[in-house]
Design a binder for this molecule. Structure first.
Ligand code: 13P
Length: 334
């Protein structure tokens, strides 16, 4: 198969009406934080048990077309010895991989951050592909205040996202481009809209300069919302209107799909907001979910690290997946 056909076939499997993505790619530090909320220690065995539980959920493939994994998970196996990427594939779920190496402070730009991980990326992708990964994810984060993010942060992160995406496409791996405008802080929804528009504008400019084929990539943006500490939290209809307005101004119609992150919204909010977005009328791209916390929080609470709770946890996961599947086509009934 040519690289082009390979990319197209992955896109066709990932982008399906009524389906979204499960982000289960928490890094070591992040998964430890999530486990701490249920009093579970982050050992390799517990991480394996948790991620096998997620991927062995019967019927998950009905609402989830792809799963983003962390490097460690690619090499782990279910209890019966099936490699976890293969377990996902058996459920009709395409395995993907987080390839960025996390964020650090951006030099000479206090308060801004930049994502690392480009060195040796092409070689790493070869290895991930052999382990079954068909798509990748790279996350850039933008802190918001009256002054942040700086032009330098917007330009630097856009350049890295675009280089990453180009390297992925050359390797036959579909890139998910994730610029996350953080919800932390007291900024208004209008400020979030302004920052998101500037960020996405720069990201697509960089993608163009790096000759990234838009038909063979997915965008994973944050929704346009007020900062968590802002006094006024907008209702779903307003979040939807602001979000599609910004996306309409900045995202070319050629992009294969937009799969939102949940970014700290509650599971219920993330579903209601996605549904409201899909009720705003026809858009050039499918608008779906690529949720981490909004899909995993309820099953994590049900699991509590105990094998006896596996069934209850899987039921909680399938419930959120089903509701988000409905929201991705504007048919969620709260
Ligand atoms: P959240 O949905 O929890 O924001 O996670 C999505 C993700 O992949 C963040 O990088």
């Amino acid at each position: 198969m040519s690289i082009r056909d390979e990319l197209q076939s992955t896109i066709d499997t990932l982008v399906q009406p009524g389906k979204g993505l499960l982000a289960a790619d928490e890094s070591g530090g992040t998964i430890a934080k999530r486990f701490k909320t249920i009093g579970v220690e982050s050992t390799e065995e517990n991480r394996r048990a948790w991620r096998s539980l997620l991927l062995s959920t019967a019927g998950l493939g009905e609402f989830v077309s792809g799963v983003i994994l962390y490097e460690e998970t690619l090499g782990q196996c279910a209890d019966d010895g099936t490699p976890l990427p293969e377990l996902a594939a058996r459920h009709g779920i395409v395995p993907g991989i987080k390839v960025d190496a996390g964020k650090i402070a951006l030099a000479h730009a206090p308060g801004d951050e930049v994502t690392e991980g480009l060195d040796g990326l092409a070689k790493r992708l070869d290895g991930y592909k052999k382990q079954g990964a068909r798509f990748a994810k790279w996350r850039a984060v933008y802190n918001v205040s009256d002054m942040l993010p700086s032009r330098l942060a917007i330009e630097t992160n856009a350049a890295s996202l675009a280089r990453y995406a180009a390297i992925c496409q050359e390797a036959g791996i579909v890139p998910i481009v994730e610029p996350e405008v953080l919800m932390d802080g007291g900024h208004s929804i209008e400020r979030c809209a302004e920052v998101t528009e500037a960020v996405l504008h720069e990201v697509f400019d960089a993608l163009h300069r790096h000759a990234v084929t838009l038909e063979h990539m997915l965008l994973k943006p944050s929704m346009v919302v007020a900062g968590k500490e802002h006094a006024r939290q907008a209702p779903a209809a307003e979040i939807a209107a602001q979000t599609v307005c910004v996306l309409g101004r900045t995202v070319p119609a050629a992009v294969a799909g937009i799969f939102f992150l949940s970014g700290g919204q509650t599971p219920e909010e993330a579903t209601a907001n996605l549904d409201a977005i899909n009720r705003t009328g026809r858009r050039p791209w499918p608008l779906s979910f690529s949720y981490g916390r909004a899909l995993q929080e309820p099953p994590l609470k049900a699991w509590k690290g105990q094998a006896a709770n596996l069934g209850a946890a899987q039921q909680a996961l399938i419930k959120r997946a089903r509701l988000n599947g409905a929201a991705s086509i504007g048919r969620y009934d709260a």
